[in-house]
Ligand binder design. Structure first.
Ligand code: MN
Length: 195
């Protein structure tokens, strides 16, 4: 039977320190994500979803209002994407010119992304997406994901408390700045812009 397996982190658990600690990645990737994968495999076993690729599970479960399957499938996708949005080599990379231009400069992009990420009430995600030809910064609540709605994600930040609480406690703004200034894998973002 088809089953999703845990995807590996694209770097060591201690590679993003001091911005994100080894302990945070240990729990975030090794416990939270592992649980979403186990739940999803248990939920889809023996159902019409069992042999679908992950994106199709997300879209079909949303359409059919199968909320538990949607939540776990979307969280698996969102986390795999999020972990690939970061790299210990971020400081060697530059924001792609098209993105910088779309938002009126690198600082303006930073401010808009930061404001959006701070505005998420409770658990959710902040995304840079393309919606048709347009670049947009959007937020989603809980497990909601732009791939369910036909947008193409370029970059995301997890702003669930489990993503930053051990390192930043209630200081979400510091976490957002640390991510934007020190962790974004702009080469991955640039890859996502192609197609
Ligand atoms: Mn998370």
């Amino acid at each position: 039977m088809f089953a999703l397996s845990q995807f590996p982190l694209p770097y060591a658990q201690d590679a993003l320190a001091p911005y994100i600690s080894e302990q945070t990645l240990h729990y975030h990737h090794g416990a939270h994500v592992a649980t979403y994968i186990k739940n999803l495999n248990d939920l889809i076993a023996g159902t019409k979803y069992a042999d679908m690729p992950l994106i199709e599970i997300i879209r079909e479960s949303k359409k059919n209002n199968d909320k538990k399957i949607f939540n776990n499938a979307a969280q698996v996708y969102n986390h795999d994407f999020f972990f690939h949005c970061m790299t210990p080599d971020a400081k060697k990379m530059r924001i792609p010119v098209k993105i910088s231009e779309a938002f009126g400069g690198e600082d303006a992009f930073h401010q808009e992304f930061r404001t959006a990420a701070l505005s998420v009430f409770g658990s959710g995600w902040t995304w840079l997406v393309t919606d048709g030809a347009e670049y947009k910064i959007i937020t989603t609540a809980n497990a909601e994901t732009p791939v369910a709605d036909g947008m193409r994600p370029l970059l995301t930040l997890d702003v669930w408390e489990h993503a930053y609480y051990l390192d930043y406690q209630n200081r979400r703004g510091e976490f957002i700045d640390a991510f934007l200034d020190n962790l974004v894998n702009w080469d991955f973002v640039a890859e996502n812009m192609k197609e």
